[in-house]
Design a protein around this ligand. Sequence first.
Ligand code: FES
Length: 127
Amino acid sequence: MQFTETVMDHFTNPRNVGVLEDADAFVEVGSSECGDTTALYLKIEEGRIVDVRFRTLGCAAAIASSSMATEMIKGKSLEEAWALTNREVADALGGLPEPKMHCSVLAEDAIREAINSYREKQGLEPW
Ligand code: FES
């Protein structure tokens, strides 16, 4: 399977890996297709994601997608982060082979679930 240089870069040197002890939102999501998982931590201030960490137990495409997605949402408003699609993450990685597109969904799911868990903690309706 052929991965782009950007995918290999984010897989071998993933950004924002780890744990945020003082996270405002934490979720763990699993892929319905393969059972791989991503844990996501968000630090949120005034409706903006000021810090983010992830831990993905998954394939190269899932790790690269999580890494790229965290780079793309850092500093963004919750609305902007919510709007990020797995297709945009895959495009930013220079593309993913079609059989690996589902791996990029983990990051999108984790971001949206984390935002909704934060909203619920604030007493707001989930999006
Ligand atoms: S094969 Fe499970 S996330 Fe890629």
